[in-house]
Design a protein around this ligand. Sequence first.
Ligand code: ADP
Ligand code: TPW
Ligand code: MG
Length: 589
Amino acid sequence: MAIVTEPAAAGAPATPAVSHAAQPETIDGFHLVIEALKMNGIDTVFGLPGIPITDLTRMIQGAGVRMIAFRHEQSAGYAASIAGFLTGKPGICLTVSAPGFLNGLTALAHATTNCFPMILISGSSEREIVDLQQGDYEEMDQLAIAKPLCKAAFRVLNAEDIGVGIARAIRAAVSGRPGGVYLDFPAKLFAQSIDAAHGRSTLIKVVDAAPRQIPAGEAVKRALELLRGAKKPLIVLGKGAAYAQCDADIRALVEKTGIPYLSMSMAKGILPDTHELAAGAARSFVLPEADVVMLVGARLNWLLSHGKGKTWGGAGHKSWGGQKFIQIDISPQEADSNVRIDAPVVGDIGSCVSALLAGIGNGWAKPPAGWTDAINERKAKNVAKMAETLAKDPSPMNFHSALNVVRDIVKANPDAMLVNEGANALDFTRSIVDMYKPRKRIDVGTWGIMGIGMGYCVAAAVTTKQQVIAVEGDSAFGFSGMEVETICRYDLPVCIVVMNNNGVYKGTDVDPTGRDPAPTVFVKGARYDRIIEAFGGVGVNAATPAELRRAIEEAIRSRKPTLINAVIDETAGTESGRITSLNPSAKKK
Ligand code: ADP
Ligand code: TPW
Ligand code: MG
């Protein structure tokens, strides 16, 4: 995941040259920042202008770096975070001070939580006034506030230190476990002028920003011994495995060992969901039954029921199910965070998987047929049941009949990026829509966060140039809906499908007192498609699967920004989708 390098400062506008030969050329903070970013292969910045960074956004654009300007910093931040995931380079988000910084902060915390490399750069107000709390314009001690939410936070006060600040931010974001980094640039920094030759000599082109981390030989041996003795082995692929971009080796590991695998949401497609060893359709069977589980870039957090309890065949909700775990992860602190890890393999996934492959050689005995046959039997049963449900054509549409269309379209367009958020709109899409290629599915991630939608769409379109399809709950869409203007402004090939069931989870709740709409319910029969028309995009109302299919196909053909209001049965969803049980239940009704 090397940072791509470019010739230093190519294309950056030079500080206006002064004609007197006697006067040395100078460079200011603005240009040092831009040159440092360019030198380190940063080609895109996501942000929103205002004091003190308006000129910086202009100059970034003038220097040939893509400056994508949003309507809200949170969307710019989410865009930066997912650009980091998709490219392995830190995604950059640029904001103004206090309120802009705070708007970007949720995304910074999200990046850290999800292990995505991102740098939030915020302008800040005058230090001596902020520190004496004398009431400066947008006064706030941003550095202190950012610190607990990111891997590292730095403030740069002198133009000579810009190079070091940016180099350290890049290293912190992409090395080891990736995460969010905060860079604080006070307004005065940008205007500082120093000798140009000296200034440029302080810039650092980061060498080997994300160094390989080779696993210890004995750790690999321990893992292979455990795997070799397994009767019912299982591999779990997480988004760390997708991030590592060593898809061919992961595929070889699965195929050479013949071990069935589960893909976590954003790991879907590292191997196609239709692969014969894919065990996703038998998830509730394989988790409690497996005896040895190899985690590849996946944490045993809530998404995997902390590796224990009923999901894993444990007797009680916190009891160990008896599995032995191998965990491949770059973080040496991850092992044992929830249950005992018998064989931690610490290193970058590329190096770990190739070391395992070398140890496996060619004569690896496949798992007992009893195990794979049992899985295949469950899979066949569940797939047949799903096919039956998908074939139904109820009126109004439900999630299944609408997503059956998306499923076909993704199959026919495997290079398209799929953005997904909501509750039911998320869970049904994850289980119904098969993915065929790595890093194509991007979604709510570790927090199950709403609001990533349009920011992710913009970043996916800008960084991959592929068609983007977003499946959005109507509530989820609302968090970032104004960014459809951004999508139209940059004319991005994004097709947004709003699964409109009139509310959060469903649209049927009522206020028991009869006064107001229920907190989960929105305006009934809303026409989200009309929002995009205000900005010149294509809006379509789709009440049937045939209408939905036609509209998505046309969006892909035209590559025009499109928003489809998919009318979904308002009774179709369940509370919180698949995670109803996480709602605390009141003892008395
Ligand atoms: P999921 O939600 O898909 O289960 P998680 O976000 O819980 O995935 O886990 C991702 C894990 O991958 C993290 O523990 C992180 O340290 C690890 N990781 C990220 N990048 C790499 C890498 N290049 N090599 C090894 N581990 C990585
Ligand atoms: C930042 C809580 C989880 S899912 C959801 C909310 C508000 C919306 C579900 O409705 P939607 O989907 O999108 O219409 P559907 O198909 O079930 O009807 N604030 C944040 N993050 C989260 N997760 C929430 C609130 C939530
Ligand atoms: Mg909804």
